[in-house]
Design a protein around this ligand. Structure first.
Ligand SMILES: NC(=O)c1ccc[n+]([C@@H]2O[C@H](COP(=O)([O-])OP(=O)(O)OC[C@H]3O[C@@H](n4cnc5c(N)ncnc54)[C@H](OP(=O)(O)O)[C@@H]3O)[C@@H](O)[C@H]2O)c1
Ligand SMILES: [Zn+2]
Ligand SMILES: [Zn+2]
Length: 371
């Protein structure tokens, strides 16, 4: 359905000349509102665009941080906010210059839908560090004005450069979370050389953490999970951990002092990162992927006494995201998901805060048809 009066040009920017269509979505009206059914507009695909019918969208803790404006100091939320950046679906339409996809193909979209394509980061295929990237939601929308809307929706239109290929052998509900939880854990492990013979820790067995365990195991490392939840122990071992440490137990923690090559910290809330820094070997690295609302306190001596380093890492670039999806296809890796209808999203957020999900919610977007 066209909402615009007519199309004057493919690149027209006037509100009266855009070609758009209505899409169903779930959005939050404010930081304290629940997500609710709404209608948004999407652009008709321009020549390089791919239109995708969204089949599944994962529920990332970042969606919750953003909807509740917990990152207001760095990335304030604009309302209405349609979150969702773990998107998998089927191509329904392509622009005239699209060569990578055709209608009927499987396709996926992660946390970014565009970037400036010219800066050194983009040229290195590290679009996630482009100062001018466009995030899948809550970024200025270059085409329609306002902000971009994410995957809690029945469709999305994205430039083919930011659309990924998915192998048909994988379950789609479990593929969706690879687009954020997957790449965010895969990328730092590749960067820091996680491989056979390395001792690797994963802190926090949530959506990101459980993918970190799967990747570290598939890359051949000796994997130790640190969890605050004793009842996750069996799951951690099943997911590929060699050992599980309940992080509240000081004796268990001490046994691993100065022994890790690399630790991935995927905790969503305030916690004592120094306890993990002390477990690194000389020259070991701990990478933060978790993005808690408040700053973490770091003790200088933990770092300097053994030349340890603390880093951060953000999602991954488009080439590496494709590499990760291909790796998952080859090794039959998907996320462990609990599939929910969109109508359960507010309940899912409450459960996410209690770490009550094994290990990612994946929204079945067919449920949006009844709205
Ligand atoms: N860097 C990036 O590019 C990027 C990308 C995506 C997400 N993120 C961020 O990464 C974080 C994790 O996301 P997620 O989707 O994996 O979240 P999640 O599924 O909620 O997992 C977070 C895990 O952290 C642990 N945890 C929670 N509260 C804790 C506390 N108070 N103390 C200690 N541990 C606690 C829990 O593990 P246990 O029960 O095992 O202790 C929980 O399962 C979020 O902050 C998210 O915004 C960053
Ligand atoms: Zn995410
Ligand atoms: Zn750039």
């Amino acid at each position: 359905m066209h909402n615009g009066v007519f199309c004057i040009s493919k690149y027209a920017t006037s509100i009266y000349s855009k070609c758009m269509f209505n899409a169903k979505a779930y959005s939050a009206a404010s930081a304290t509102s629940p997500l609710a059914s709404s209608t948004i507009v999407r652009r008709d695909p321009t020549e390089h665009d791919v239109q995708i019918e969204i089949l599944f969208c994962g529920v990332c803790h970042s969606d919750l941080h953003m909807v509740r404006n917990e990152w207001r100091e760095v990335m304030p939320a604009v309302y209405p906010c349609v979150p969702g950046h773990e998107i998998v679906g089927r191509v329904t339409k392509v622009g005239s210059a699209v060569s990578k996809f055709k209608p009927g193909d499987l396709a996926a979209v992660g946390c970014m839908v565009d970037s400036d394509r010219t800066c050194p980061e983009c040229q290195a295929g590290l679009e996630q560090y482009c100062p001018n990237f466009t995030l899948t939601y809550n970024s200025p929308d270059k085409h329609l004005g306002g902000v971009t809307y994410g995957g809690y929706s029945d469709s999305i239109v994205v430039d083919q450069r930011f659309v990924l290929r998915v192998q048909a052998n994988l379950s789609l509900a479990g593929v969706a979370p690879l687009l954020c939880a997957g790449i965010t854990t895969y990328s730092p492990m590749r960067h820091w050389g996680v491989t056979k013979g390395k001792k690797v820790g994963v802190v926090g067995l949530g959506g990101l953490g459980h993918m970190g365990v799967k990747f570290a195991h598939a890359l051949g490392a000796h994997v130790v999970v640190f969890s605050t939840t004793p009842k996750k122990k069996d799951d951690a071992l099943r997911l590929g951990a060699d050992e599980v440490v309940i992080s509240k137990n000081a004796d268990e923690m001490q046994k691993h002092e100065r022994s890790f090559d690399f630790i991935l910290d995927a905790v969503s809330a305030d916690h004592d990162i120094n306890a993990y820094i002390n477990l690194l070997k000389r020259d070991g690295n701990i990478t933060l992927v978790g993005a808690p609302e408040k700053p973490l306190a770091v003790a200088a001596f933990g770092l300097l006494m053994a030349r340890r380093s603390l880093s951060g890492s953000s999602i991954g670039g488009i080439p590496e995201t494709q590499e990760m999806l291909d790796f998952c296809g080859k090794h039959s890796i998907t996320a462990d998901v609990e599939v929910i209808p969109i109508q359960k999203i507010n309940e899912a957020y409450e459960r996410l805060l209690k770490s009550d999900v094994k290990y990612r919610f994946s929204i079945d977007m067919a449920s949006l048809k009844s709205e």
